[in-house]
Design a protein around this ligand. Structure first.
Ligand code: TA6
Length: 300
């Protein structure tokens, strides 16, 4: 179902949740609660905005982002699945998998007793997806909009053999100034430094940003905190079912080359991605499921 009026008839919630046709013909879902507002793109089941009441936006979306069927959006909470980064064997396949650029179906929308709104999406499999991924692994994205933003990616193995995936909730956070921002929680963690030929290093102290930064922290279940001194706030990142945390800022040269980061976009964004990547790939036994969960909140 991709017709806005039919979606509103079946899944709309008066005063809380409405489907709209957005830029590039993509369908957006506008969620309004007493605690926060959000916008979710149906393509990729991708949160593209989350604004707690009385706060600045927490999720960043580039002013230069493209909006078109089959194209990834620059910002929000992209779902990287069923692989993270380059495909292991086929360079012709898109980095970060296909989940973020294909249609998803709405399974359920619900107004919760605490004032939050919950949405469940399922990736719409097709010949195009099956051509890239031959396993029977239905995947859902469960999103709760409330005092926190909770996202849970659920992969079920309906196949008769184990299936191995890598994945990430590739979240772009909005910050005041990357040069005045640090990340805590990953002290003493090993990481693979993608701007230094993937060499393995150990984190010493908080992460500060003075150049392109692209690191996969491995074997960590730690909560992270983005310390945003420019906007005088903290963003707390809690996760479950994730052994990797990716920290990325493209800095100025790469940002200019990317073409969809907007004017000096790199200054106002930071990716802290809850993932299972590199050595932390996940093998799901037949008949079982794997859940990757994050919860975001802000504090002063
Ligand atoms: O998660 C960090 C990263 O893998 C970077 O290396 C950079 O490529 C970024 O993702 C953006 O990837 P995308 O495919 O969305 O342009």
């Amino acid at each position: 179902m991709t017709d806005v009026s039919a979606l509103n008839a079946r899944f709309g919630i008066k005063g809380k949740l409405a489907f709209r046709e957005g830029k590039g013909g993509l369908i957006g879902i506008e969620v309004t609660t007493e605690h926060s507002t959000a916008v979710i793109a149906l393509q990729g089941a991708q949160v593209v905005s989350w604004i707690p009441a009385g706060e600045k936006p927490v999720i960043w979306l580039s002013t230069g982002s493209k909006f078109a069927a089959g194209k990834s959006m620059r910002g929000g909470v992209p779902v990287c699945w069923p692989w993270f980064g380059a495909h292991a064997t086929n360079p012709a396949l898109s980095a970060h998998g296909y989940a973020r650029t294909v249609p998803w179906d709405v399974v359920e929308t619900k107004a919760l007793p605490d004032g939050a709104v919950r949405l469940v999406f399922r990736l719409a499999e097709s010949d195009a997806t099956r051509a890239q991924w031959q396993f029977k692994t239905p995947v859902e994205n469960h999103i709760t909009i409330g005092k926190t933003l909770d996202v849970e990616l659920v992969t079920r193995n309906s196949d008769d053999k184990p299936v191995t995936i890598t994945e990430a909730l590739h979240t772009y956070f909005a910050i005041g100034d990357i040069r005045k921002t640090t990340v805590t929680g990953l002290e003493n963690c090993d990481y693979l430094d993608k701007v230094d030929a993937g060499s393995r290093k150990k984190q010493s102290g908080a992460i500060a940003f003075t150049m392109e930064t692209d690191r996969i922290y491995v074997n960590t279940k730690a909560e992270c905190v983005i310390e945003d001194t420019a906007w005088n706030r903290r963003i707390h990142i809690v996760k479950r079912g994730s052994q990797s945390t990716v920290v990325w800022n493209p800095w100025v040269e790469k940002s200019d080359k990317m073409g969809d980061m907007g004017e000096n976009g790199y200054l106002r964004m930071l990716c802290v991605e809850s993932a299972n990547a590199a050595e932390n790939k996940v093998t799901i036994a037949p008949g079982t499921e794997h859940r990757l969960y994050v919860s975001y909140r802000v504090s002063k």
